[in-house]
Design a protein around this ligand. Structure first.
Ligand code: IPM
Ligand code: MG
Length: 353
């Protein structure tokens, strides 16, 4: 098949990990006789430097013309002056909104061999396989922001339709899994959460009677994720809770560098990015973990290009390489030899036959 993929390297380690993702896509194209065209565009701090805007019009246009978008990360100390008129993160939030990708899928699967890389007890981790469905284009991230001399506010607003559509996505995913859906909110305090809870209850009971719905307060969810992570199947939650809970959940998988994400809307076009940030402290040193990006590439093949066999092959290759002992610095322990970003990528590429 022919496909056009926009690549948005962004800042920090973004260019290094997206390069790994592109190498894997090229290998897949070669192995299966596909033709992938790549259009690399600016976003974030790199775009502010080059054209004084975190999300240039050319970037938006290229994304709209593409079948899928692969993004690295944005942000860094260079652009984090709180008084700066523009921030790199506006580029990321802007492209999510622009593409209407309201459903952010963040699968968390523990690879047995990595359980000991986690700061948590290995016996709690084997068999963990959960999916966080994070609402991505609403809530406190996108509400009106105000700043006065002595006060500031961020509006958190959710509309019924936004909750309905994200709950539907999560319930459909639950149906393909263990049919357990946990909706996470703060309904004891927040009005938006009370709306969220009502809508989730209605949608699941009317449209997904075969899915077991449980409601959980976000503070309790944060605790249960560490205490009994195996019991979760699908979690659905609002934008900010999903952001926080998935950084927490990444520790189950051994490292923030392992987790991929797929952001989807009404069409097949999706935005794919590792859940980690730009990690400016290790940028440009070829030591970042490319696994989250490579796993995101698998999600891209599956969800935007409909190439299930290719997606599964990338996931198997990644698993195989890790099982064989390949480790980047973040997941190495004791005497494990440490691989660079490019060496880890090469191992995965070699494994794809
Ligand atoms: C993420 C990131 C972003 C977010 C930041 C960089 C704006 O933390 O994708 O999880 O909060 O959504
Ligand atoms: Mg985050």
């Amino acid at each position: 098949m022919d496909a056009l993929i926009t690549v948005l390297p962004g800042d920090g380690i973004g260019p290094e990990v997206t390069k790994s993702g592109v190498r894997v896509l090229q290998r897949i194209a070669e192995a299966f006789g596909h033709h992938f065209d790549f259009s690399t565009q600016l976003i974030g701090g790199a775009a502010i430097d080059a054209c004084n805007h975190p999300l240039p019009a050319d970037t938006i246009a290229s994304c709209h013309e593409s079948d899928a978008v692969l993004l690295g990360a944005v942000g860094g100390p260079k652009w984090s002056d709180p008084n700066a008129p523009m921030r790199p993160e506006q580029g990321l939030l802007g492209i999510r909104a622009e593409l209407g990708v309201f459903a952010n899928l963040r699968p968390v699967r523990v690879i047995d061999e990595l359980a000991k890389a986690s700061p948590l007890k290995a016996e709690l981790l084997t068999g963990v396989d959960l999916m966080v469905v994070r609402e991505l284009t609403g809530g406190i991230y996108f509400g009106e922001k105000k700043r006065d001399t002595d006060s500031a506010s961020d509006l958190c607003i959710y509309h019924t339709f936004e909750v309905e559509r994200i709950v539907r996505v999560a319930a459909r995913i639950a149906r393909e899994r263990k049919r357990k859906l946990c909706s996470v909110d703060k309904a004891n305090v927040l009005e938006t959460s009370r709306l969220w809870r009502d809508v989730a209850t209605r949608i699941v009971s009317q449209e997904f009677p075969d899915v077991a719905l449980e409601h959980m307060l976000v503070d309790a969810a944060a605790m249960h994720l560490l205490a009994r992570p195996r019991e979760f199947d699908v979690i659905v939650t609002e934008n900010m809770f999903g952001d926080i809970l998935t950084d927490e959940a990444s520790m189950l998988a051994g490292s923030l560098g392992m987790l991929p994400s797929a952001s989807l809307g009404e069409s097949k076009r999706g935005l794919y990015e590792p859940i980690h940030g730009s990690a400016p402290d290790i940028a440009g040193r070829n030591i970042a973990n490319p696994c989250g990006t490579i796993a995101s590439v698998a999600l891209l093949l599956r969800h935007s290009l409909g190439l299930e066999a290719e997606a599964a092959l990338v996931e198997t290759a990644l698993l195989q390489v890790i099982s064989n002992g390949a480790r980047t610095a973040d997941i190495a322990r004791g005497n494990d030899p440490v691989l660079s970003t490019s060496a880890m990528t090469a191992k995965v590429v070699e494994q794809i036959r």
